[in-house]
Design a protein around this ligand. Sequence first.
Ligand SMILES: [Zn+2]
Length: 81
Amino acid sequence: MGCRKRAAKHQLLRVTAVEGVCVPDPRGALPGRGAHLHPEPACLDLAVRRRAFPRAFRLQGALDTERLRGFIEVRVSDSSP
Ligand SMILES: [Zn+2]
């Protein structure tokens, strides 16, 4: 999902939805439907714009992605030189 670029599954971040909130699940430990995206803000933006999360989780309405965004932004800044 997101930018739809191909990537190996280990390069992607698993995301699941808990009570209307998109939650990062880097260890794949949470139950329920998962979606995979690149752990990059641009990929998250695309996924949000395409309403890919409600579709992936088969939920109606908007999902809160702020927690997921925070997680991705920390990850990005951690990996920069
Ligand atoms: Zn992507």
